[in-house]
Structures are given as C-alpha cells and as structure tokens.
Ligand binder design. Structure first.
Ligand code: ZN
Length: 138
C-alpha cells in the first residue's frame, strides 16, 4: 500500500463559510501519480466539516439556512453555559455533517459527479485558519 499526503490551507470567515476543496484535492491526487485508489479529506477541529454538494450560490444559501433551522445559532445550550462559550451550534453542526469524506480515484481523477464538489464548511462563530489533510491511498 502506498500513501501520499498533502495539506490545503485556508482562511475562512466562519459562520457557515463554504469553501470548494475540489481543485486542491485534485492537485494532490495528480501529484501523487495514483491512477486507482481512494482519497480521504479530513479537517481537524470540532467546529468545521467536510462534505460534498453542488457548489453554487443557491445551494450554499439553502444549506446554510437548513442548518440554521435545524440547529439555530441562538439557543439554551449547555456547552455555552458550562464553558462560557458561544459556539455550541457550531460543534453540533460539525458533528452532524462530519469531518471527512472518502472519494474513489479512477484513471487519476476524482470519481465524483459533475455537479458534486468537495467542500469545507466552517461553522465557528469567528474567522479561522484551517488546514485540511488530504491522504491518497493506492
Ligand atoms: Zn465551543
């Protein structure tokens, strides 16, 4: 088994900022030279997530609204009370969406759909620096 890894670094606005990772992940896959395998994309941290979606302004808007309805920013949250914190909604949203995705590599390319992009979502309530780990396994 051969493993290649790379890192992608971003500055986010927080508050549900959605960043398209697809080109950066493709570059790591291409530089690995792997033709058939799998790539795993993972973001460390308990207030950010990685998923796939159609990355266009309407879809981004609707996903952010859906998560706000599901887990409102304002609420009677134990995490905020116990820790004098303000981002319990961000922890819960990140836990539900999840921190990673794995995508097959076929003929040296991501086997994602045409309208399916890999995205980083930063749910924290302030701007953050994020480092995304990209691991290619052959
Ligand atoms: Zn917190």
């Amino acid at each position: 088994v051969a493993v290649h890894s790379g890192r992608l670094e971003f500055t986010t606005q927080g508050d549900g900022d959605v960043i398209d990772l697809t080109d950066g992940v493709e570059r790591v896959v291409q530089s690995s030279g792997v033709e058939h395998g799998v790539v795993t994309v993972f973001v460390p941290g308990s207030t950010a997530a990685v998923t796939t979606m159609e990355f266009e302004p309407g879809g981004v808007h609707d996903l952010r609204e859906a998560l706000e309805r599901l887990i409102p920013r304002e609420g009677d949250y134990e995490h905020n009370r116990l820790n004098h914190d303000s981002n319990s909604h961000a922890h819960m949203r990140a836990a539900i969406v999840g921190p990673s995705e794995s995508v097959p590599i076929e003929d040296g390319r991501l086997a994602t759909g045409t309208w399916q992009q890999l995205v980083l979502i930063d749910f924290d309530d302030r701007p953050r620096r994020r480092t995304v780990s990209v691991t290619v396994v052959q």
